[in-house]
Design a protein around this ligand. Structure first.
Ligand SMILES: Nc1nc2c(c(=O)[nH]1)N[C@H]1C(S)=C(S)[C@@H](COP(=O)(O)O)O[C@H]1N2
Ligand SMILES: [Mo]
Length: 203
């Protein structure tokens, strides 16, 4: 078996959901931020290793893109405060953090979505997917984030880049973001296709 196939198999078979750092979610520093070491982790499998990072933007776009990490870092960035929260236990599984990244809107506008595009499907390097309606993808604070609290994203939290979707549930925040796929089809992501709300606005 080739190493690549083996890695694929490992990811496929690790279909358990990892939940840890439970119970520590409440400790906050004085500035109201959750210390990074206390931030919860939720994911469908193992943390993938990032090598030769490329972010692909494709699908129904006029100008498909292959962006390096450097390309991303050269784009205009914004910094926002946010609470990331998992729908499966919003009380424990949450963290207050400050994200820095490129508005997804900026990258989409570079790629020029077809007028008929209604959805954006994001892919993680672990095979995870999450979808957003185009209108949410185009909101000013929907970000491709590469820093949290002024530091590079920790590996388990999506290094080198992840999606950030303020006011929507954590399952939209694709970690290890490697592909942004634009489509006129009403596609559903990993959790959306398993019954979680497609309009994932937090209650
Ligand atoms: N690539 C990838 N991204 C993912 C997931 C995943 O399994 N794989 N899980 C999602 C879920 S359900 C949640 S709640 C958040 C958790 O983010 P965190 O582990 O950084 O706290 O990541 C989201 N992004
Ligand atoms: Mo989640």
């Amino acid at each position: 078996m080739k190493r690549r196939d083996f890695l694929k198999l490992m990811i496929a078979s690790a279909s358990i959901i990892t939940l840890y750092r439970l119970g520590q979610a409440f400790s906050q520093s004085q500035n109201g931020l959750t210390p990074l070491s206390n931030w919860y982790v939720v994911q469908i499998g193992v943390t993938p290793t990032a090598t030769n990072y490329i972010l692909t933007v494709d699908g129904e776009v006029e100008n498909p893109l292959q962006l390096t990490f450097d390309d991303l870092k050269k784009m205009p960035s914004v910094t926002i405060s946010d609470t990331i929260q998992c729908v499966s236990d919003p009380y424990f599984l949450k963290a207050n953090v400050v994200w820095t990244g490129v508005p997804l809107k900026y990258v989409l506008q570079m790629a020029k979505p077809s007028p008929s595009a209604i959805k954006v499907l994001t892919f993680g390097a672990d095979g995870y997917t999450a979808d957003l309606p185009m209108w949410k993808a185009m909101e000013d604070d929907t970000l491709i984030a590469y820093e949290v609290d002024g530091q590079p994203l920790p590996k388990v939290h999506g290094y080198p880049a992840r999606l950030v979707v303020p006011r929507w549930w954590g399952y939209c925040y694709t970690k290890w973001l490697v592909r942004i796929y634009v489509t006129s089809k009403n596609v559903l992501g990993y959790w959306e296709s398993r019954g979680y709300p497609d309009i994932a606005k937090k209650s």
